[in-house]
Design a protein around this ligand. Structure first.
Ligand SMILES: Cc1cc2nc3c(=O)[nH]c(=O)nc-3n(C[C@H](O)[C@H](O)[C@H](O)COP(=O)(O)OP(=O)(O)OC[C@H]3O[C@@H](n4cnc5c(N)ncnc54)[C@H](O)[C@@H]3O)c2cc1C
Length: 426
């Protein structure tokens, strides 16, 4: 039997997307929730990248956030009224094919994907959790019993809770302890990410024809260049001032997020470089691509360059329910192809919150909530892991026949169908 809501204590390791989203939901449902974050402060690291929130992520945010914060999410995400494209190019920026996304004249259709700045999202997720998010606490391991679990930190301290949730990201020490056979496997690729302010010296860095697009340019075997813009619908300063004045919006200006995918032969995944060295590497690699892409790297904000080894989790074969569970990248890291990692993490948070609430209200055990959550979560999340691996393999293929088809034949077919994209117009 579980306790009443207000007597039930939940400890979450990791104040990232899923950890904070779960905390918001449980706090508003009346639970005693505490979050323990490794970083020393809310915006201690530059994490200047945008994520595409899709219908699952948006729905999870709608279910977990108080209406005021959901409104803030919509205000600071991109505008969906115009629609957009996903465009695939070869190295010389000849279009291989493109997907068009319809606009939504109402701007209110919550199934339409939106771009969202991750740091801005994190700032709004922190609102109202003051005093409940404890920074500088590095979770190390957990011990479970029949009536709760103890979360231990590297500083020698520990907390006891009815349920511990590991939302501590792709390198989760809790996953290592709980599911030692499921360490994410290397895909043989690393992405170096960067960001560049969209408007510089009065000019937009991205040609007008690509302003509404996510763009993937396929390079030499195993490499690719991706970019997309993060256009805020409302200025974050204005939107936060209106809806969450206690939070400082970490990013103000529209920017372009770019990424270069490197094979391990060029960038060994265990290599550790600082942002200046990573930027130098990206700059050299960008020379293989079209000048439009080179310019994005040349004009980057060097400080926000980061490297992420692309890994894919292994699905647990057996995971008995206990007073501890995992969410997000901690259990299902996936390559960024398809943009589902964060959305799946948010979906986990909404699902776990609802299972916990249902169990407590029915007087059922927290183990039953964890069991129901783990079964459902493993089914949808590993479909996404598999799909993202397949998509990555397709676009970074080294198979000469597949590459020939994709790089030579497809642009030719495209050229018969219509006009090439004009990259000159700014
Ligand atoms: C450049 C880039 C672009 C991406 N684009 C998209 C996209 O378009 N769409 C999408 O859906 N996903 C995207 N993703 C993936 C997405 O960001 C992740 O899947 C998502 O952040 C996972 O959420 P999470 O809560 O599991 O982990 P995170 O958001 O990574 O949070 C984990 C938190 O745990 C903390 N932590 C780590 N270890 C410990 C510890 N031992 N103790 C305490 N705290 C700890 C970390 O500091 C962090 O705050 C992108 C990722 C990158 C890098």
């Amino acid at each position: 039997m579980s306790k009443h809501t207000s007597e039930t204590t939940i400890a979450i390791a990791g104040a990232g997307l899923s950890g904070l989203c779960l905390a918001q939901s449980l706090l508003h449902a009346g639970f005693d929730v505490q979050v323990y974050e490794r970083d020393e402060a809310p915006h201690a690291r530059r994490q200047g990248y945008r994520i595409t929130t899709d219908e699952h992520g948006i729905e999870a945010l709608r279910r977990c956030l108080p209406p005021r914060l959901f409104e803030l999410y919509l205000a600071t995400a991109s505008d969906t009224r115009e629609g957009g494209h996903f465009r695939f190019f070869n190295q010389r920026m000849q279009e291989i094919f493109s997907l068009a996304f319809d606009g939504d004249p109402t701007g209110e259709d919550l199934t339409k994907p939106r771009q969202s700045d991750r740091q801005t999202l994190r700032a709004l997720l922190l609102d109202g959790l003051e005093g409940r998010v404890h920074f500088g606490k590095v979770a190390a391991r957990v011990e479970t019993g029949s009536d709760g679990a103890t979360l231990y930190f590297t500083d020698g301290t520990a907390v006891r809770a009815d349920l511990v949730v590991g939302a501590d990201g792709a390198n989760s020490p809790l996953r290592e302890q709980l599911l030692p056979d499921c360490a994410p496997k290397n895909t043989g690729m690393t992405a170096v990410y960067g960001c560049s302010q969209l408007v510089q010296d009065g000019d937009a860095l991205v040609p007008a024809a690509l302003a509404d697009s996510g763009v993937l340019s396929v390079g030499a075997p195993g490499s690719a260049f991706f970019f997309t813009t993060m256009p805020f619908k409302e200025s974050p300063a204005q939107a936060f001032g209106r809806l969450a004045p206690a939070q400082r919006p970490p990013v103000e200006d529209d920017y372009v997020m770019w990424a270069i995918i490197f094979p391990d032969t060029v960038f060994p995944s265990d290599q550790r470089l600082d942002s200046t060295a990573l930027h130098g590497l990206a700059l050299a690699a960008s020379r293989e691509f079209h000048p439009v892409l080179q310019r994005l790297v040349e004009r980057a904000d060097i400080e926000c360059t980061l490297a992420v080894p692309l890994r894919a989790s292994i699905k647990p074969a057996h995971w008995p329910p206990a007073r501890v569970t995992l969410m997000g990248d901690a259990v299902h890291t996936m390559p960024p192809f398809g943009a589902h990692g964060g959305n799946t993490a948010l979906r986990d948070a909404a699902l776990l919150s609802e299972k916990i609430q249902a169990a407590v209200h029915a007087g059922a055990s927290l183990e039953s909530a964890v069991d129901a959550y783990q079964r459902e979560m493993l089914a949808y999340s590993f479909k996404e892991v598999e799909a993202s691996e397949k998509m990555m393999a397709r676009f970074t293929t080294r198979n000469p026949i597949m590459r020939w088809g994709m790089m030579r034949v497809a642009p030719w077919i495209q050229s018969l169908r219509g006009k090439a994209v004009d990259l000159e117009a700014a």
